[in-house]
Design a protein around this ligand. Sequence first.
Ligand code: NAX
Length: 327
Amino acid sequence: TKQPVRVAVTGAAGQIGYSLLFRIASGDMLGKDQPVILQLLEITPALKALQGVVMELRDCAFPLLADIVTSDDPMVAFKDADYALLVGAMPRKAGMERGDLLSANGGIFKPQGEALNAVASRDVKVLVVGNPANTNALIAQQNAPDLDLKQFTAMVRLDHNRAISQLAEKTGQPVSAIKNLTIWGNHSSTQYPDLSQATVNGQPALDLVEREWYEGTYIPTVAKRGAAIIEARGASSAASAAGAAIDHIRDWALGTPEGEWTSMAIPSDGSYGVPEGLIYGFPVRCSGGKYEIVQGLEVSEFSRGKMDATAQELIEERDEVRKLGLV
Ligand code: NAX
């Protein structure tokens, strides 16, 4: 049997945590033969609620759950972590400017980056879910100089999955028929869900839908899906966000299916004219625990405009956190 791996999760007593932890413990993320040790980080006032979640985790009697550690200290929660899912963040409150939001999150992601640098496994794979996810990932990454830049990623997989589901519904096909769509850029309303290379049962998706629907309905529906969930449910996406985090790490660790790609926000190497260093959503293939950007895709003028606009937003966020001394 395999040795347990250590999975750190922050914001573990929150909404996403309540769905995510049970799926990690049941083997959905790393496989049904991979024991896990959960290392859960929360802020001090949430430790009691976290204890309740731990009681429920124990009550599930998951055979793969080897141990559970809880702490309000990132140096404890990240100790020897093989995976770190950074979910806890400071949400935008009414009247908050972008600078205030980035500054508040800097107070979380800078010390967490430093702690990962100090105590995590040298091969730790980091996924940032907490918003603004791309720039929070940049802050953590820039404060972890001893780790490889490529170990830090942010989540656009929920957007990717939403984009699949919307296209499946429109074409009346199962989600399994849809391949190779891409979410470029920021996990925000400027993201670009790109169907240029997407196929439905092997047919080009853009031959099956009207251009007007694609540009005028599809792209905004995917980009604004989070707000629609809040409107309907009275709370933000949680189970679907947890599912996307599971998918992101599983594909990174265990590989994407042959001939297919997925979307991950990763440090740009300058591919597709995206400024180097931005944490930007790209089409990626994974194997052997590594990801690589899918190269050679044709970029239309329409795509170029969308890809540049979302890059511009990330440049502005980066400049703001530079000004704040966070990176
Ligand atoms: P909740 O508010 O339910 O939970 C967040 C938890 O994080 C709380 O329990 C809080 O005590 C904890 N926390 C705050 N600061 C912390 C710190 N410094 N260390 C450890 N824990 C800390 O939010 P939830 O609905 O679970 O969402 C979590 C984050 O995911 C939010 O930032 C949210 O905006 C973001 N999302 C990102 C998505 C994506 O696709 N990238 C989609 C879903 C979600 O909206």
